[in-house]
Design a binder for this molecule. Structure first.
Ligand SMILES: *Cc1c(COP(=O)(O)O)cnc(C)c1O
Length: 377
């Protein structure tokens, strides 16, 4: 059969319907106890192999272009389990320095105490990863586009450095979503997502996903079984349902975000716009080469004046911490995702007090422009 498009895969992959009554959708299988005889593997929720977990994984594996994967109860569970599966005391990891706030906090508070060392480097300069490699380095970890200033890391360049030094690469692909960027096709080993964002897409599910080869997934599964962090069947059913519209939603978000980035760039009350789809964004060419689906629904901008006051005047766009929902939301990174970072640390990654992070939804773009316009006065 010819390769199916992502629009088709998002609807059909992994969703085999109801084998007993021939219904269209995957039934919810709430069992936590399964017969262990005559089964290919023992089924148990914390073994990450129940039917509803499996349906989500098959869809995600098809959309990311991997071989196998796991679904978790949060994005951080997916990220930390994937990292710890390959690390032990004495090892070293190279991270890019503008990590998602929660990941940054987890690394800076858990790694050193466990004897795992790390360096943080400028993700927009591939050579900085190579310079930071030590004899004990095991993993390179990247996130692109990054949060909140949408810096672009060249994934092909990082994958080639890693393969030269025989290192494993892990990416947080949350911002791009599998619609816009498939890191495995660019040579990255393990893809992780906070499914709480685009994968869930309706601001009502917390989950995480990892996708990789069979071999690496097996290694992560072994650690995941010990750490827990498995999602329940009802949650998995909602994720599967959400994934059916992932491609449609993200396509609309890509379109809206590009139009709004251009609108904001022209606006006299806006100082600076960060969006990889703008041709003057320093990572634009790399983004174009590695994000064939689009540049994503996330952008940031600096307002002239008080960001908090601006957000208070919005009528349609909601103020919210999370992102990736069908509804447009904005937040101040200084007050939310990066609140735990010191002012000095924030300065290094361009997170200013007047920065607004914008998660563009699927609404009519003209309505969104009008809302921003009236709030910027
Ligand atoms: C939200 C987020 C996470 C963490 O995911 P949770 O589901 O909150 O655990 C990690 N990375 C990025 C880029 C995120 O936006």
């Amino acid at each position: 059969m010819t390769k199916l498009s992502k629009l088709t895969l998002s609807v059909h992959a992994g969703s085999e319907g109801d084998p007993r009554f021939k219904g269209t959708v995957t039934p919810i299988y709430p069992s936590s106890a399964y017969d262990y005889e005559d089964m290919p593997a023992t089924v148990y929720p914390r073994y990450f192999n129940t039917p509803n977990q499996q349906a989500v994984i098959e869809k995600m594996v098809a959309l990311e272009g991997g071989e196998d994967g796991l679904v978790f109860s949060s994005g951080l569970a997916a990220i930390m389990t994937s990292l710890f599966a390959f690390l032990k005391s004495g090892d070293h990891v190279v991270f890019q320095n503008d990590l998602y706030g929660g990941t940054y906090y987890a690394v800076t508070h858990e790694f050193q105490r466990l004897g795992i060392n790390y360096s943080m480097v400028d993700g927009s300069k591939p050579e900085s990863f190579e310079k930071a490699i030590q004899p004990e380095t095991k993993v390179i970890y990247v996130e692109t586009p990054s949060n909140p200033t949408l810096k672009i890391t060249d994934l092909r360049a990082v994958a080639s450095i890693a393969s030269k030094h025989k290192l494993l690469t892990i990416i947080d692909n949350t911002f791009a979503s599998p619609v816009n960027q498939n890191p495995i096709s660019l040579g990255i080993d393990v893809v992780t997502h906070s499914g709480t964002k685009y994968i869930g897409g309706h601001s009502d599910i917390c989950c995480g996903v990892m996708v990789s080869s069979k071999k690496f997934t097996q290694q992560i599964r072994a650690t995941a079984i010990n750490f827990g962090g498995s999602p329940d069947p009802h949650q998995c059913y909602l994720i599967e349902r959400s994934l059916k519209t992932l491609v449609l939603r993200v396509q609309q978000q890509n379109k809206n975000a590009l139009a709004l980035a251009e609108y904001l760039k022209r606006h006299p009350k806006v100082d600076r716009v960060y969006y990889p789809g703008l041709t003057d964004h320093p990572g634009h060419d790399v983004a174009k080469a590695q994000m064939p689906g689009g540049f994503g629904g996330m952008l940031s901008f600096e307002v002239k004046g008080d960001a908090h006051a601006f957000m208070g005047k919005l009528k349609l766009i909601k103020r919210a911490l999370s992102l990736g929902g069908v509804e447009s939301t904005m937040c101040s990174p200084v007050r939310t995702s990066h609140a735990k970072m010191s002012a000095d640390e924030r300065k290094k990654i361009d997170v200013k007090d007047n920065l607004v992070r914008f998660s563009v939804g699927i609404e009519d773009v003209e309505d969104l422009k009008r809302d921003i316009g009236q709030a910027l006065i």
